[in-house]
Design a protein around this ligand. Structure first.
Ligand code: FA5
Length: 370
């Protein structure tokens, strides 16, 4: 029968429909006002009596069947869409999480933390002193009076005069001792400088507390220098110990402890006579070469890395009596040692780097290696 064929054809098309819009097209095609079923109804008028009634019933059944098929398909499509959504949004708690990219501490910061940790084991407390400081703390209190030629070694940046009230970075005025002066030149403390070394912390620490003193000051330093081994901004480390009966032996023992902890257990240090105005006697500290073991030779040939068996690490000495006096400490009662070196240079030695500027040009290829 004709309506049977139509029903079969409609059901098949509806079953294969993949979207709401195709379903809607089919609904219009079969059940719309000008659709196939409507056309059949229109033809009923041509029939008479029983035949008309019978075909009328058949057409109603056809209409009902197609409507049902459309509804079923629509429901099935909605269920399928929901299932797909649930699948896409499913949370599998056993899967590893997405890793966020993360950075790490700069190589200099890592070294600072390690140095602080090693010295903390010996009871040295980490301190921080200003990186912009008065001439008095950077030079004068360290036995380098104004105009002394020894200052030239430090190739210092001076702060230009200003008419501003000097304040700390947090906006608080500087303490009474440093004066709320209206120029970068203080009547007693002199001009302000970008600290050329961490030794400015020596007298500041002595002013802060009485012996025994065991402190390390690690800070940025600035000098008018720039080449493969000199940076205009670099970091220094300063150790200071003041107590009764402190001798060079304590200095040597402390340096050896550090060398073994930081560079490796078979490393040693040696002290070479030198001259600093703020220590007496003064030394340069050398550390034994890690390649030739301090002999200067490998299989009868000169070590290419150190050429002598030793690398220069930094400066040291017994705190000069004048410096103790500047800090209000009686040199007859107390003595002490101070030592200091450059952190980037130390890293260059440890990692065999040839250009200090690599530290601060923000090259990730370099920085990510550490
Ligand atoms: C001093 O600065 C003394 N204050 C060290 C000291 C402390 C002596 C305590 C005695 C007692 P010197 O100018 O040699 O010394 O510098 C010490 C170290 O700082 C050098 O050995 C080097 O490692 C590092 N250094 C100096 N200038 C630079 C620079 N421009 N760039 C990188 N590192 C530097």
């Amino acid at each position: 029968m004709k309506s049977n064929n139509i029903l079969q054809e409609a059901k098949q098309a509806i079953e294969q429909a993949q979207s709401q819009s195709v379903l809607e097209e089919l609904r219009v095609k079969y059940l719309g006002r000008k659709g196939i079923v409507a056309e059949f109804f229109a033809q009923l008028t041509k029939l008479k009596g029983d035949e008309r009634a019978r075909q009328g019933q058949e057409l109603n059944a056809l209409k009902h069947e197609i409507t049902r098929a459309l509804e079923q398909r629509e429901n099935a499509m909605q269920t399928l869409a929901l299932e797909k959504l649930a699948e896409a949004e499913a949370l599998d708690v056993t899967l590893p999480g997405a890793r966020l990219p993360y950075g790490h501490l700069h190589i200099t910061t890592q070294a600072i933390e390690e140095i602080s940790r090693i010295f903390a084991q010996l009871g040295f407390q980490r301190m921080r002193y200003p990186e912009i400081d008065w001439d008095y703390y950077a030079f004068e209190s360290l036995n380098m009076p104004k105009g002394h030629p020894a200052r030239d070694e430090w190739e210092t940046f001076f702060i230009a005069g200003s008419q501003q009230t000097l304040t700390r970075p947090n906006g608080h005025p500087l303490p009474e001792r440093e004066g709320r002066v209206r120029a970068a030149e203080h009547p007693k403390l002199g001009r302000m400088v970008l600290t050329p070394h961490t030794s400015n912390g020596q007298v500041r620490e002595m002013e802060r507390r009485r012996p025994p003193i065991r402190m390390i000051n690690i800070a940025k330093c600035y000098r008018r220098q720039s080449d493969v081994t000199h940076a205009p901004m670099f970091h220094q480390f300063e150790g200071l110990l003041i107590d009764r009966n402190v001798s060079v032996t304590h200095l040597k023992g402390t340096l050896d402890y550090f060398a073994r902890a930081y560079y490796g257990k078979d490393r040693r240090t040696r002290l070479r006579p030198f001259h600093f105005r703020f220590t007496e006697p003064s030394f340069e500290i050398d550390i034994s070469c890690g390649i030739c073991g301090g002999t200067g030779e490998i299989h009868g040939e000169r070590c290419k890395v150190c050429k002598s068996g030793w690398h220069e690490l930094g400066g040291a000495g017994m705190v000069h009596p004048n410096v103790l006096k500047a800090g209000g400490i009686d040199p007859k009662e107390y003595s002490g040692f101070a030592c200091g070196w450059g952190i980037e240079r130390m890293l260059m030695m440890k990692l065999k780097l040839s250009d200090i500027r690599a530290f601060y040009i923000a090259d990730l290829n370099f920085l990510e290696q550490f």
